[in-house]
Design a protein around this ligand. Structure first.
Ligand code: ZN
Length: 80
């Protein structure tokens, strides 16, 4: 891991303006890299898992809301 870090810094010195930043710690990284290190890779995967989970929860909540709304509309129509 530390050897990789040294190589990364060497690459950074040779880099042109075209680069991006590690989404976790903001370290400049080559375009083909997603994150700067294995540690940040782990953090990124953990964050994405959380986002995925919260999106799924949100989707379920929306479905429940739509079903409840449909039921209310249905019974409103029955009352008329
Ligand atoms: Zn990083």
């Amino acid at each position: 891991m530390y050897v990789k870090k040294d190589r990364k810094e060497e690459t950074f010195d040779n880099m042109t303006d075209i680069h991006k930043h590690c989404p976790i710690c903001g370290t400049p990284i080559p375009l083909e890299e997603r994150v700067c290190s294995q540690k940040c890779q782990d953090v990124l995967e953990e964050q994405q898992a959380k986002i995925k989970k919260s999106r799924r929860t949100l989707t379920i909540l929306m479905i429940v809301f739509i079903v409840v709304f449909a039921f209310i509309m249905f019974f409103n129509n029955l009352m008329k």
